[in-house]
Ligand binder design. Structure first.
Ligand code: PEP
Length: 255
């Protein structure tokens, strides 16, 4: 069985103090979320503090980005080794805000994925089309390009560990989520591409999430679809009660 994930992407929100208060509140309430893997991805500055707070708990820490080189003259960047050192298990790569605001290419994302695995971090590889690309009927070709280049350097040992997040750009932060059927169709397409590259058993084991305006009141519709292995949540992950409720709705499907 694929263990479902509820992952929170905090983007550029919360100081260390605010992040620590969130983490304490989360642990106070997280009675039994054993069936769902909870991943919290705060800004870099909060990683060391949250790593201490989450130590020995089931909550896993993730970062929101990294460079593809292990070290070097890259002012303002952060490396996989540095993230590993402060307790990260995951790193979000290729988020649409990185691709569209910071112009990251799929080739760069692919290099990051390879470096993350090389440093024992699990990438959460984000793919998804813009509204124009969807309206022009290009969703599959865009997702294909992003996925193929993103996993170019992944070997079969690591293929099963990767987490993929289908996040249509037009659904992120807009309050307009995709329909569960649309998400499920694209996720099936991704799983088929994965099967072509790594074989059916691996494609049936890899976890694929949906992300884009997931809230407490719509998450169940996504996660009850058996092809959707959880959610990557932005805005609604900033409040511990809402984040826990999203994880709880996810857990409901599996209990
Ligand atoms: C995200 O940032 O990955 C995201 C899905 O944001 P939101 O849930 O706010 O749409």
């Amino acid at each position: 069985m694929r263990v479902p994930i509820t992952a929170g992407n905090w983007k550029m929100y919360k100081t260390v103090g605010e992040a620590s208060a969130f983490a304490e509140a989360l642990l106070n309430d997280s009675a039994s979320l054993a069936e769902v893997e909870l991943i919290v991805c705060p800004p870099f500055t909060s990683l060391p503090a949250l790593s201490k707070i989450f130590e020995g708990t089931p909550v896993v820490l993730g970062a929101q980005n990294m460079h593809w080189e292990t070290e070097g003259a890259y002012t303002g960047e952060i490396s996989a080794r540095m993230l590993k050192e402060v307790g990260c298990g995951y790193v979000i790569l290729g988020h649409s805000e990185r691709r569209h605001i910071f112009r990251e290419t799929s080739e760069e994302v692919g290099k990051k994925v390879e470096t993350a695995f090389g440093n024992d971090l699990i990438p959460i590889l984000c793919v998804g089309e813009t509204i124009e690309e969807r309206e022009q009927g290009n969703t599959e070709s865009v997702v294909h390009e992003q996925l193929a280049k993103g996993i170019e350097g992944v070997d079969s040992n690591n293929a099963v560990k990767l987490v993929i997040a289908y996040e249509p750009v037009w659904a992120i932060g807009t309050g307009k989520a995709a329909t569960p059927n649309d998400a499920s169709d694209v996720i099936a397409f991704i799983r088929n591409l994965y099967a072509d590259r790594f074989g059916k058993p691996v494609s049936e084991s890899v976890r694929i999430l949906y992300g884009g305006s997931v809230k407490t009141n719509n998450v169940y519709e996504f996660v009850k679809d058996e092809s959707i292995d959880g959610t990557l949540v932005g805005g609604a992950s900033l409040d511990p009660a809402s984040f826990l409720q999203i994880a709880g709705e996810t857990r409901r499907v599996y209990s």
